[in-house]
Design a protein around this ligand. Structure first.
Ligand code: GLU
Length: 480
């Protein structure tokens, strides 16, 4: 028995470099990483690049960049090496050869002598006869010596039912239908996923395999291999699929399965992404919905991973992101917001107003582009009629503005704060038939916008001098 000597938790994320990572892949990495962290274990990044036809250039860098952005780190991986290097399957062919030879020697693997056309004709015949195609029905009596130019197949000696325990789904059972003489090493010399991951997990001491549910149906094959090589089974942890917003079908490209780095480009916070992804498929119970990265790691437990798929809800993501934005330390918040603002709007006082109105940082660009923030550095231009509130006369609006102006003018520069402005203006507004009679024209005079923040924030941001200038201008427009 070759045993896993390590007792400590070892998990891995094993993406294939076939394109960008989407949230499904990141969520798998996140859970595997969190579980290792929580248990002071090891988290490994392994690249499964044995399907050269499907490989997409640049994917490995892209995967690494995505993981780094969200804050997932690994202690062994292709970029940093480690005690079990190399971490790309294409560089581990010697290991697969070693275990393939063990299987050949045991009489449990053999060279596949057929051409592709021959295998295809067996398949066709089975189809015509309406029976499932099984390679093992055609197993050659005297296979040629395996010289690496032919596929190497695993010989299923016992077509039986397998039982195993999935840490999430409990007892599972599958068998004969999944068991055929599958390929271990292809004619191009590269191993199949079925074989390679088992050897890698063994050599890297992986204790918990966290992966998507599409691998359940192949598990009897894996179990047959563990048996043949006399290996201890690792723990299987099947993660629930991520469903689209309707909760019915798996998330597809159209409803959100985009390149994960797009979330960075749209100005989501990495910790908010962790928080959001954590809850798609897991819940620690309780009411708390906003978690820091550390809180998530501390709470994370396989026992609370769900069996059925969790829905991907972009509104929820926006809400979580907003909550994380609000909780950012002042300096970081400022840095993030200023990164999206033109230089002339790098004004600290704008920050609360912006935070109030965004759920992700790219919303700032929308605000800027729509002219919502122009009021700050451009004196508004508008028609007198815009200052009028409902059917209040222009005379009355003018005198209201004059009253507000007097009161604001008497305030010392250093007292010109949000609270003070609000107290003064509300005092006047409360004596009117309707508060809008004074608050609307002031708001408009200061912003020139049909929709804008309240006049107190505007006046506070603009400062005493500019506020007075703009109210004076409104009065003069009304006097024309
Ligand atoms: N290389 C596999 C994939 O990208 C990973 C499966 C696993 O984690 O074992 O789907």
């Amino acid at each position: 028995m070759i045993e896993n000597k390590q007792q400590k938790v070892v998990t891995r994320f094993a993406p294939s470099p076939t394109g960008f990572l989407h949230i499904g892949g990141i969520r798998t990495a996140l859970y595997a990483w969190a579980y290792a962290k929580k248990n002071n274990g090891t988290f490994i990044l392994r690249i499964e690049d044995t399907d050269k036809a499907r490989e997409v250039g640049g994917s490995i860098d892209h995967i690494i960049e995505s993981l780094k952005w969200i804050g997932i780190d690994w202690s062994e991986g292709p970029d940093i090496s480690g005690p079990n290097a190399p971490y790309k399957q294409s560089e581990r062919l010697a290991s697969y050869q070693k275990y393939a030879k063990i299987l050949v020697e045991k009489g449990l693997a053999y060279a596949d002598p057929y051409t592709e056309e021959e295998v295809e004709s067996f398949r066709k015949k089975a189809e015509e006869e309406k029976r499932p195609f099984l390679y093992r029905d055609h197993r050659p009596e005297n296979p040629p010596v395996w010289d690496g130019t032919k596929p190497l197949r695993f010989k299923i000696t016992d077509v039986k039912s397998y039982e195993w325990v999935d840490e999430v789904r409990g007892k599972l059972k599958a068998g004969p239908e999944a068991l055929d003489d599958f390929i271990l090493i292809k004619s191009d010399g590269y191993p199949t996923y079925n074989f390679a991951h088992i050897i890698d997990d063994l050599e890297m001491g992986v204790t918990h395999i966290m992966r998507a549910d599409e691998f359940i149906s192949s598990t009897p094959k894996f179990l047959a291999l563990y048996e043949a090589l006399e290996l201890e089974r690792p723990s299987f942890v099947t993660l629930p699929p991520i469903m689209g917003a309707d909760g019915k079908k798996k998330l597809g490209k159209r409803d959100g399965a985009k390149d994960f780095l797009e979330y960075r480009n749209e100005g989501y916070l990495p910790d908010a992404m962790i928080n959001f992804l954590a809850f798609i498929g897991w819940n620690p119970g309780g009411e708390k919905e906003i978690l820091t990265k550390e809180e998530f790691i501390n709470l994370f437990d396989i026992k609370q991973i769900h069996i059925s798929g969790g829905g991907f809800n972009e509104e929820k993501l926006d809400w979580i992101n907003k909550e994380h934005i609000k909780r950012l330390p002042e300096e970081e918040l400022e840095k993030n917001i200023f990164a999206w603002l033109p230089q002339e709007l790098h004004i600290k006082k704008l920050i609360p107003l912006i935070v109030e109105r965004i759920s992700k940082f790219s919303d700032i660009k929308t605000m800027v582009d729509s002219g919502e923030l122009d009021f700050f550095y451009k004196e508004p231009a508008y028609e007198a009629s815009k200052l009028i509130y409902k059917d209040v006369s222009s005379q009355k609006i003018k005198s209201n503005l004059e009253e507000a102006l007097d009161s604001l003018q008497m305030t010392e520069e250093e007292d010109f704060t949000f609270e003070k402005i609000k107290a003064l203006l509300m005092d006047i507004a409360n004596h009117m038939d309707s508060r809008g009679e004074v608050l609307h024209p002031i708001r408009f005079a200061l912003s020139g916008l049909d929709k804008s923040p309240d006049p107190f924030i505007l006046a506070d941001i603009l400062g005493k001098k500019e506020t007075i200038t703009r109210i004076n201008k409104a009065i003069s427009i009304l006097s024309l």
